[in-house]
Design a binder for this molecule. Structure first.
Ligand code: IVH
Length: 679
């Protein structure tokens, strides 16, 4: 029978152990034990605390969620006001800010601390003797709301600080946010439960923090990054903002790993552009970067204006969401006949470009968002992603707004529109009879990753199809169908361009089986599948005549791809086009089929990042795949190697964190040449 002292000791040990793993998992993003083992530790602690409830303390890891729902949030006055920041929207604004700072300090150059500006909610955490006693929203900056119960459920927020060097009273300021992945999962859950999804991660974070029932908040994937301090009853050691952040990190508080010291305004602008490039790849949303004069002495010398410090500024990225009027809903017919409703918009500047069209994905999406012609809508453009309509501003709906109806006939060729059961997509049944599908099929065929015909741009393809001069991809190689004069006579062409284009077309005749297969534009047969098919069968006729069983034996090929392949090669028209292409000179070397070829990298997962000198990323990918490797886009613990070229971006950091071995270009070449590499 364990004595009460034994229990107390075990409880204390378990808490130390669990807090340690919490810190590694949630703050350092570097789990040290499997989840199941962590769960067992928690269960052991819960069981012991059940035996000795008098030993339960508020900082026990079992006590993140416990309290009952509130009837409202109490007010919390901030001893040190929570300020906001001035904004810069351009390089000129930044130059003006830096000029004010250097002039005010009478220096030539200033060191700044640069941080990402997370798009979430500002929160103040109060620790007394290392214990989290209060968490509050910003409110109006002087008085906020008490959200202690909810913040306690955020796993990256320590309930007790680490070490013993911290000041007795420490207020920490930071941003509570929701990761993109967490947001997507939450919205999926909302939809599954027929509840309204959140418009964006910021709203989701705000809604989750303002829950009166902390049990609900506990189910929401919130996280926090700390970026400063409020009331502190003892001077913090160190002379700079970066030193303060380093202390916070020491005490177990989460601080953004993107934080960096930069020199002068040139350093600020460089950081802004670097983070801008990384922005879409970051696991959370940011709406800009923040620059703070790094020296605390200099900060004090500069002081404040009304509600913002003179020593800091937010350099904002162009907004990714804006409102505009949806004029009408058009239908676009794609390569596979898919009918996509597209919103025609009053021009709006969003995500750094002027947008006049945005995708509405499919009929169900239009219905779910209840988008009507004439509505005011929120449009989003993030990174290079196609702009989309996020939601409708219902309050601004005009009386004459018109609901959308999916047409029953293709608006381009008049063929019947069909929607297969269980599919979200409606398709034109016209196949290559439909000029829209023909245009898209030819554009795809000529594109860089397919036959790579330089100079055959989308506009030119559209014009040639409209003129009736280009009816199939085979016509491209047939000089009697498409002679030099016709090409030279097109808008913005001329003799020289026509010569160049014909040379590029001729050059594309020498290709590879994988490229050729991909070029055919068979539904669901992307580059990877095309490569697997080529590797497996080696020859085109073997693929064209393969039965279901033989096709299913190929890596990554499932029943849907099999059905698409069989339907495509069953169509006599498609076989004729392939024959014509070969007759007109399109050719490739047969590949040694998988059975005969060694697969030294079988089952190994590679990720490629950055640009290489001796080959393109696509070439590297094809070579790796030919040796049996799988090439994926994102890094996980299963990744065997990350291959880095120049300017690798955030993947490198992630690989280092996860302990994934990194290969440079030379090491990759040696691996491809058949040499083994040492990690
Ligand atoms: S510092 C005295 N740093 O931006 C300076 N704010 O527009 C106070 N924010 O209310 C703020 N990331 O919610 C600071 N690295 C960062 C930030 C950041 C996001 C938010 C914060 C603040 C708002 C000001």
């Amino acid at each position: 029978m364990p004595t009460s002292t034994d229990i107390a000791v075990s409880i204390a040990q378990l808490r130390v152990e669990i807090n340690h793993h919490n810190h590694y998992y949630y703050v350092l993003d570097d789990p040290q034990i499997p989840d199941a083992e962590y769960d067992r530790l928690m269960q052991r602690l819960q069981a012991l605390e059940l035996q000795a409830p008098e030993l339960i303390t508020p900082d026990s890891p079992t006590q993140r969620v416990g309290a009952k729902p509130l009837s409202g949030f109490a007010e919390v006055p901030h001893a040190v006001a929570m300020l906001s920041l001035d904004n810069a929207f351009s390089d000129d604004d930044m130059l003006a800010f830096d000029a004010r700072v250097t002039k005010g300090l009478e220096v030539d150059e200033v060191i700044y601390c640069a941080e990402p500006k997370l798009d979430g909610l500002a929160v103040s955490l109060r620790y007394e003797r290392g214990l989290l006693v209060r968490a509050a929203t910003r409110g109006d900056g002087r008085v906020g709301e008490d959200i202690t119960q909810n913040v306690r459920t955020i796993n990256s927020v320590p309930l007790r600080l680490m070490g013993d060097e911290f000041p007795p009273v420490l207020e920490v300021r930071g941003e509570v946010y929701m990761s993109r992945a967490g947001f997507d999962a939450l919205n999926k859950r909302q939809r599954d439960h027929e509840e309204k999804p959140f418009a964006n991660p910021r709203n989701a974070a705000a809604g989750s923090l303002r829950q009166l029932d902390p049990k609900i908040t506990a189910t929401r994937p919130l996280a926090m990054y700390c970026y400063g301090v409020g009331e502190v009853d003892e001077a913090l050691s160190g002379a700079s903002h970066r030193d303060i952040l380093a202390c916070l990190k020491e005490w177990g508080l989460p601080v953004s790993p993107e934080t960096k010291e930069v020199r002068g305004v040139a350093g600020c602008l460089e950081y802004y552009h670097q983070i801008g490039e990384k922005r879409a790849a970051l696991p959370y949303e940011i709406d800009g970067v923040v620059f703070k004069v790094n020296s605390i002495r200099q900060q004090q010398a500069l002081g404040f204006v009304s509600r913002a410090p003179r020593w800091a500024i937010a350099h904002k990225f162009p907004a990714q969401e804006e409102m505009t009027r949806l004029i009408d809903i058009d239908i676009q017919v794609g390569r596979t006949g898919a009918l996509t409703p597209v919103a025609r918009l009053e021009a709006v500047f969003v995500g750094g470009v002027t947008v006049t069209n945005a995708t509405l994905h499919n009929e169900d999406e239009v219905r779910r968002k209840d988008v009507r012609a004439g509505d005011m809508v929120v449009v989003r453009r993030a990174g290079d992603v196609i702009p989309e309509v996020v939601s409708v501003v219902l309050a601004a709906r005009p009386d004459d707004a018109r609901a959308f109806v999916m047409p029953t006939d293709c608006p381009v060729c008049g063929s019947e529109v069909r929607r297969a059961e269980g599919e979200a997509v409606s398709r034109c049944s016209g196949g290559l009879y439909c000029s829209a599908q023909r245009k898209e099929a030819i554009k795809h065929f000529a594109s860089r990753r397919a036959m790579d015909i330089e100079g055959l741009g989308d506009k030119l393809v559209e014009q040639l199809v409209e003129m009736g001069w280009l009816n199939s991809v085979a016509d491209l190689y047939d000089r009697s169908a498409l002679p030099h004069e016709k090409l030279a006579g097109m808008a913005r062409m001329g003799d020289k361009s026509a010569d160049n284009l014909i040379a590029a077309i001729d050059k594309s005749k020498q290709t590879t089986l994988a490229r050729f297969l991909f070029s055919l534009g068979i539904r669901e047969v992307g580059q990877t599948t095309a490569q697997s098919l080529a590797n497996h069968f080696g020859k085109l006729p073997a693929i064209m005549d393969a039965d279901e069983e033989a096709l299913l034996a190929v890596a990554d090929v499932g029943p849907v791809v099999v059905a698409n392949l069989r339907a495509f090669f069953h169509e006599s028209h498609n076989r004729e086009v392939i024959e014509s292409l070969q007759r007109l000179g399109v050719q490739w070397p047969d590949v040694a089929a998988k059975r005969d070829q060694p697969q030294p990298l079988a089952g190994q997962i590679f990720v490629l990042t950055g640009s290489m000198e001796s080959m393109t990323r696509d070439e590297a990918k094809a070579k790796l795949q030919a040796l049996g490797a799988k090439v994926t886009a994102s890094i996980s613990k299963k990744t065997r190697y990350l291959v880095v070229g120049a300017d690798p971006g955030s993947k490198r950091d992630k690989a280092e964190k996860l302990g994934v071995p990194i290969l440079d270009e030379a090491a990759l070449e040696s691996l491809l040449a058949g040499h083994s590499v040492t990690d």
